[in-house]
Design a protein around this ligand. Structure first.
Ligand code: B12
Length: 298
């Protein structure tokens, strides 16, 4: 056992493949092929983790595990690259600036895009796909973790600046946004907040990892019309429904609960009383409905 192997728990958390699926693949397909630590716990060496990362990516985009699990790394890599949408000139330019750690230039080209496109189009057409591409580039080993962090910092700076310039504490209906405990991905709610604020909604973000009772208390005190929770692809699917039910129990039925993010897209159904809002454009439509306005697409 080397210090570089990771346990089945960590693998489940990092790649979002459930322990059940890992054990099933092992017995059904003979891969992965983990080592065992002294306590008999499954541990996975780096080459298997890497291969599983690519398998997961392809399964997420609709392939059956059986069709990809036996493929070698070069084949997996080329399939993921073929599926991916990150190879666009603008994305490449952003990646290059991230690799050079050129914070100022990165901020400058993104701020120029925001200026050119306006905030709504910037968020929906530039930031959302770029964020996905950054995740993809990280999967492919084209960007390091610290470069992904730098990206998040720059985007957060730009979006917060736009939000602060428009924040109107009195506007209605109120909305409260958060991610649940264990969910560190906050760019989804930040993008959503910037769009809501742009439409004049009073949108309070409690940020990441907020306990459900705090979300409910904030919604009550703000007399919010809706609460939005975000679950990324990294969030364990089995935890989503209990969290949503917990929040539903704490809020009167007049307060809508919107669930969004990659984690929610994976679930076949959501509990009664929860609204699935797949993307940012859908959220704008829901806001219009909440306000009794005619529907409008971004
Ligand atoms: C930036 C980032 C990080 C940053 C987050 C910084 C921050 N301040 O947010 C940091 C470095 C902290 C991070 C950490 C981790 N990350 Co990360 N991360 C990302 C990345 C690149 C973007 C995340 C994001 O903001 N997504 C937001 C958008 C783009 O995604 P979305 O969920 O589809 O949501 C869209 C809409 O649904 C809408 N939306 C979102 N929420 C809501 C809510 C409502 C109500 C509505 C209406 C709409 C809405 O907004 C989005 C618009 O496109 C993603 C890539 C990706 N594709 O998401 C990886 C990604 C999510 N991370 C991943 C992983 C593995 C991790 C870690 C486990 C890594 C580790 N080993 O530590 C940790 C987990 C941390 C934790 N405890 O949660 C994997 C998950 C893989 C999987 N399980 O399938 C991803 C997919 C990268 C990848 N390609 O493999 N990460």
């Amino acid at each position: 056992m080397t210090k570089h192997t990771i346990t089945i728990d960590l693998l489940e958390r990092d790649l979002g493949i459930s322990k059940d699926a890992l054990r099933k693949w092992e017995s059904r397909y003979g891969f992965p092929n983990p080592l065992r630590d002294r306590a008999g716990v499954r541990c996975y060496p780096p080459d298997q983790v890497e291969r599983l990362r690519f398998v997961k990516r392809l399964v997420d985009t609709g392939r059956r595990p059986a069709s990809v699990i036996h493929l070698d790394m070069p084949t997996l890599r080329s399939l993921v690259q073929g599926d991916g949408s990150c190879i666009q000139a603008f994305h490449e330019q952003v990646f290059e600036l991230l690799r050079r750690q050129d914070f100022a230039a990165l901020r400058q080209i993104l701020a120029a895009a925001r200026e050119r496109q306006g905030l709504q189009a910037f968020v929906i057409e530039t930031v959302a796909p770029l964020t996905e591409a950054v995740g993809e580039a990280w999967t492919l080993g084209l960007l390091a973790v610290h470069e992904e962090h730098l990206y998040s910092e720059v985007i957060q700076g730009l979006l917060r600046e736009s939000i602060a310039a428009r924040f109107d504490a009195g506007a209605l209906p109120g909305m409260v946004l958060a991610t649940p405990p264990g969910e560190a991905h906050g760019l989804g709610i930040l993008m959503l907040q910037s769009l809501m604020v742009l439409r004049g909604a009073h949108c309070l973000s409690l940020g990441t990892e907020t306990p459900m009772h705090e979300v409910a208390a904030a919604a009550e005190s703000r007399q919010a019309g809706a609460v939005g929770l975000s679950f990324s692809l990294a969030f364990p699917a089995r935890r989503i429904t209990p969290l949503l039910l917990d929040l539903r129990r704490r809020l009167p039925s007049r307060v809508e609960i919107w669930a969004g993010g990659g984690g929610v897209r994976r679930l076949a159904r959501l509990p009664h009383g929860i609204l699935r809002v797949p993307g940012l454009a859908d959220a704008l439509e829901e806001l219009a409905r909440l306000r009794g306005e005619a529907p409008e697409r971004a």
